[in-house]
Each structure stands twice: as C-alpha cells, then as structure tokens.
Design a protein around this ligand. Structure first.
Ligand code: 3SL
Length: 241
C-alpha cells in the first residue's frame, strides 16, 4: 500500500483515481456521517448543492428522511439539522435516510467518488477504516482532506497521520514503506506530535476556533476522540454511503 495525502479537494488530482480514496472532514462532516450511520441511519446521501438535496430528498416521505445543511458552520434554513454529530442520535437516525450538504466535507467526498472504493474517515472511526485497509490492502490510497474553502486544515491532516501510523503498527511494517508523498510525511509527524492531545490541536486549528466562536465546544470534544465508533462509511453508489 502507498498512501498519499491531498490537503484539499482542489489539490486532489482529477486523473488516475486511486484504488481506494478516503475523504476526511474531522470538523465535522465525516464525523457526522459516521455518527449517523452508527446511530442506525439507512443511508447517507451527499450533495454539494442545496437545491439538489431538497429536490432529491422529496422522493422519500418526511418520516423516512432527514435533511442536514451547513454553511459557514451554521444550519441552513429549512433543514432539519445542521452539521453537529451530536444531533445524530439513534432516536432520530434509526431507519431514516440522511441527506447532507456541507461547505467543504461533501465536496471532498464528491471529488473522489469515481474511485473504486470510497470511504469517509474521522478520528472517531479511525480504527474501522484501518481494519478495512489492513484486510483489503489496496495498492494506492488517496486521503483527501476537506480543508476550509481551499485551505489546509490541521485536524484533517492529523487524522490522515493517525490512519497511516496505525496501519504501519498493525502490519508491522515501516512508515517508509507506506508513504506516497511529502504531505503524508507531514501528516504522520503532526500526529506523532499531537496524538496525546488531539483536543489541544483543535484549539489551534482555524476551524476549531471558528466552531468555538459558534459555541460548539462539545462538538470539538466529540470529534477529537479516537476510535470511539466502529463504523465504516463506504460508498455503495455514487453519492451514497
Ligand atoms: O465544511 C464542512 O463541510 C463542515 O464540516 C464545516 S462545519 O464543521 O459544519 O462548520
């Protein structure tokens, strides 16, 4: 396996998709998607366009669907939910389809949707993603950070490092064997530096600060915890996990 990290969807190559592509938006889209599926959602449908989301979700009756929309960290008017994973309770999610559109995370997923295998990873479901990688050992793996409007995000990068560090430990191989680009080296170093204080890293991250201004400390704490959910969001058809 060779892992390459791309910090934003914009920096991700459009040609030669990897055997496996992983989208990461720790704050908060992939944390929310993992939580929704772990709480019993039947499926998560991902959209970058809010109008399309509204239109396509009409196909299901209101008791079978939930609409989640986030722009600039806040809930989009007319949606049932914003993008807080803490809202994805079993009471709300069980047996329903979640239709979601967020500023950056859903764009990252859409950027890689042509790969044969598409996963959504966050710190909370890191182990489930690593289990999949260790079992299937795809030759090339791209890890795509959602970033924020085209810029690097610390929390997505640290999660990429956490995944690859764990793969190396599980396979008993050197990190060198797994590294596909310089960004991957940076991601591993970042994880090694912050692994015992992931919440502390969130306080340094610009999007962590933005969410704190929006009063989302509990979300930050939840998203900073490692290996708490055993769920693997995997694309079943384009745009649906
Ligand atoms: O950018 C995104 O996709 C979101 O995850 C941002 S937020 O955490 O909901 O503000």
């Amino acid at each position: 396996m060779k892992f390459s990290v791309f910090h934003t969807p914009e920096l991700t190559p459009t040609q030669n998709a990897a055997d496996c592509a992983i989208a990461i938006d720790v704050l908060r889209a992939t944390s929310t998607i993992a939580t929704a599926l772990s709480s019993g959602a039947d499926a998560v449908h991902v959209f970058s366009d809010m109008d399309k989301l509204m239109h396509q979700s009409e196909a299901l009756p209101p008791e079978k669907r939930l609409r989640a929309g986030e722009r600039g960290g806040s809930k989009v008017e007319g949606c049932d939910l914003g993008n807080s994973p803490l809202d994805c309770t079993p009471e709300l999610m069980t047996g329903r389809h979640l239709f979601i559109s967020t500023t950056n995370g859903t764009r990252a997923l859409q950027k890689i949707q042509a790969s044969p295998t598409v996963l959504a990873a966050a710190l909370i479901n890191r182990k489930a993603v690593v289990d999949y990688l260790v079992e299937h050992q795809p030759e090339t793996v791209w890890i795509v950070g959602a970033g924020w409007e085209g810029s690097f995000a610390l929390e997505d990068t640290v999660c990429a490092g956490a995944i690859v560090q764990s793969v190396a430990e599980r396979l008993g191989c050197s990190l060198e064997e797994l590294i596909g680009n310089d960004e991957m080296v940076g991601a591993i170093s970042l994880y090694q530096q912050w692994k015992s204080n992931l919440l502390g890293l969130m306080y340094h991250a610009s999007h962590g600060k933005r969410l704190l201004r929006l009063d989302c400390l509990e979300d930050l704490k939840y998203c900073a915890s490692l290996d708490t959910l055993n769920v693997l969001p995997i694309q079943r058809e384009i745009g649906t996990l």
